[in-house]
Write a protein that binds this ligand. Structure first.
Ligand SMILES: Cc1cc2nc3c(=O)[nH]c(=O)nc-3n(C[C@H](O)[C@H](O)[C@H](O)COP(=O)(O)OP(=O)(O)OC[C@H]3O[C@@H](n4cnc5c(N)ncnc54)[C@H](O)[C@@H]3O)c2cc1C
Length: 398
């Protein structure tokens, strides 16, 4: 038996390997990743790693001994280059591996800004190396410009402000996070930047990042140039599916899977940021780039590998958190909505809760610093009549 090969040695891959063993899977398990590290956690990269409150070693999930005890062979520094689903083979930079099951957990890479490759001081943030390079630059007390006001950009800005640096965020859209949480809630997030002392410039794209060998500034499409010693580009990701181009899999939006996280051919599954799957709870195909989703999908895939005659669908409610300026934003569900209602439960605008209506159900909910209100709302998501129940649940106490 060739066993299960998991391609991508990060959160989703690690949790799949562990869940396989927990479920009593006795065949060979190989965890293969192109980074030189054992699996490590990415959320601290834009937070404590930058400010120095978390050390690099704190980010590693497990030790090498853990994998030995688990009977999982970890191959670091090995890149998968092609998948042959007919011969059930994975071609890699270190030879070919046969598989009975392959779990694609190759995640995503940070999108870069064209024309900035040769400029020192310009960074993206996805890997431990990215984060330590940024931390090193921040220690010189630079003027920081963050391009993109998404969650990662916002967290980097917040971390730089925690270090009392001069920080500007530039965002092409009129409001931050409009696509992720909607315009109204995006404005609430803009307020967090203002309170935290970050200058947020919305509604202008980047025309050019200037400098000779080292970055000197960011010129916007309105002609204004913002001086910068360090630029962090947070403009989203591209999924790591290049190695699957000749595999015959549908890679039109990551690896497209059915509700069982199967990518089609027998024994081919995908998990985590790279996987788009049909979520029966919402009746749509979605791809989610958040931590909890990777963990939950790993459990489902491990279950479906160990119980091939009794497959379980993944009908998870997407969830994420983001830490900015000492506040915690949490989101459940989906943000595409027929209506968004923001309720200030404490009547002082410090703990707003936003509800996203989808027909007569609750599609999603967001809270700032209020997990006690948010988490019970899970019960109303995509339930008939869930909207009214959720509205009643978040009304301020009289
Ligand atoms: C800076 C940062 C902060 C974040 N903060 C939060 C947060 O606060 N809250 C939250 O919910 N989520 C957060 N996330 C998202 C969360 O970390 C991701 O959802 C999670 O890492 C996804 O795990 P994954 O295993 O699917 O993919 P990844 O973590 O992207 O791992 C994929 C792995 O596969 C490897 N790989 C790729 N191609 C190949 C190949 N061809 N061969 C071999 N290996 C390959 C990659 O090198 C990588 O190690 C954050 C992400 C980042 C980058």
């Amino acid at each position: 038996m060739s066993g299960t090969v998991i391609v991508g040695a990060s959160l989703a891959g690690l949790r799949t390997a562990e869940a396989l063993r927990k479920n009593g899977y006795e065949e060979r398990v190989t965890l293969l990743g192109m980074e030189d590290h054992l699996p490590y956690d990415r959320p601290p990269l834009s937070k404590g790693i930058l400010t120095g409150t978390v050390s690099e070693s704190d980010t590693f999930f497990r030790t090498a001994d853990h994998f030995t005890e688990l009977g999982v062979e970890v191959k670091t520094g090995v890149r998968a280059t092609a998948l042959d689903t007919t011969d059930r083979a994975i071609h890699t930079s270190d030879g070919t591996l046969q598989y009975d099951n392959v779990v694609i957990a190759t995640g995503a890479a940070a999108r870069t800004l064209p024309g900035t490759d040769s400029l020192s001081g310009v960074h993206v943030i996805r890997t431990l190396e990215d984060a330590t390079a940024i931390r090193s630059d921040l220690s010189n007390r630079p003027r920081v410009v963050v391009i993109g006001a998404g969650f990662i950009g916002a967290e980097v800005a917040s971390s730089a402000r925690e270090m009392d640096l001069d920080v500007t965020i530039v965002e092409a859209l009129p409001n931050p996070l409009a696509r992720a949480v909607g315009t109204e809630v995006g404005r609430l997030c803009a307020d967090l930047h203002a309170e935290g002392g970050t200058t947020l410039l919305c509604g202008n794209g980047v025309a050019e990042v200037t400098g000779n060998s080292t970055v000197e500034g960011v010129t916007l499409t309105n002609g204004v140039t913002i001086p910068a010693d360090v630029v962090i580009v947070g403009i989203g990701v591209t999924v790591n599916t290049g190695w699957l181009e000749d595999s015959g899999l549908d890679i039109s939006n990551g690896v497209v899977c059915d509700e069982y996280m199967s990518a089609g051919p027998t024994g081919v599954f995908a998990v985590g940021d790279v996987a788009a799957w049909h979520n029966p709870l919402f009746g749509v195909t979605m791809r989610v780039e958040h931590w909890t989703n990777a963990v939950e999908q790993a459990l489902i895939v491990a279950y479906n590998i160990t119980n091939p005659t009794e497959q379980r669908p993944y009908a998870g409610i997407p969830y994420f958190w983001s830490d900015q300026y000492g506040r915690r934003i949490q989101f459940l569900g989906r943000s595409d909505a027929d209506e968004v209602v923001i309720v200030d439960r404490t009547r002082e605008s410090r703990k707003p809760v936003a509800l996203y209506r989808k027909d007569d159900a609750l599609g999603g909910a967001l809270a700032i610093d209020d997990p006690m209100t948010l988490m019970p709302l899970r019960a109303h998501i995509m339930k008939e009549g869930g909207w009214e129940a959720a509205l009643a649940a978040v009304q301020p106490d009289s």
